[in-house]
Write a protein that binds this ligand. Sequence first.
Ligand code: SPM
Length: 288
Amino acid sequence: MNNLNSIAKGWFSEICDMWPGIALSIEIERVLFSKKTRFQQIDLFQTKSHGKMLVLDGIIQLTEADEFAYHEMMTHVPLFAHPDPKSVLVIGGGDGGVLREVGRHQCIESIDFCEIDDEIIKLSKKFLPKIACGFDDPRISIHIEDGSRFITRQKNRYDVIIVDSSDPIGPGEKLFEKPFYLGLKNALKKNGIIATQGESFFIHKEYVKNLVKITKQLFPVQAYSYMLVPTYPGGHLGICLASLGPELKQPARSMPENFQEKLQYYSLKIHRASFVLPYFAQEMIDGI
Ligand code: SPM
């Protein structure tokens, strides 16, 4: 675990330089898994109120209680904004949550999945089966590699790319930089869409501004959406979206039959609503 983070009297506190002065604390029952890999410290806890909780380098990545909000929005906003997605790339998200959601789209023919740390995949298959339930989908090809390197070899291949990264400290750092975004753009087919983890407009203004600046410079269409996630700092997380053509704020297709009932957070209505930002956040983004 990250030195700054602590477990005291049965509580895990998420303390990080990226959000100084605040910490989310969750009461834990026991440690299920703890390992330092080549890339990061992985911890999995059984919490009292939120099911299992995955923590990387001391930062909460997901809890079983609210992971659906993040995974559904990161996935279905870009996939429903595309009129006919057939080829998808997912970078990061070794827990499999985004893959589970991508797999719900029967129109998709191939899914490339690139994760830097295969220990997260192994752990998730063992301890988080409801999240890591999509790995056996025959449409998936798994690549264990740094996403910032993998992307440099991909040209004109994908309709949608989803980047489910951790924060821009540690192994995720390069995934917030302009060369990576240029790689994403080059990897897209005509009319392609990207969606990346967009941080918080309340507590990470400089990171958000930087992502918006990069995507506005590189792509003809750019937009910022967000979802509510109680166990991320600030209780929400943004999605930075960009496309080579399609409008992003409106779904481009209707929902297949029986699709909605499998979801808990995403709907076509929340798709549109998620782009309506608080006034200060919209002003900040428009000013870039
Ligand atoms: N598949 C789950 C991986 C989660 N990826 C995003 C994690 C972000 C954690 N920190 C949020 C900090 C708030 N800006």
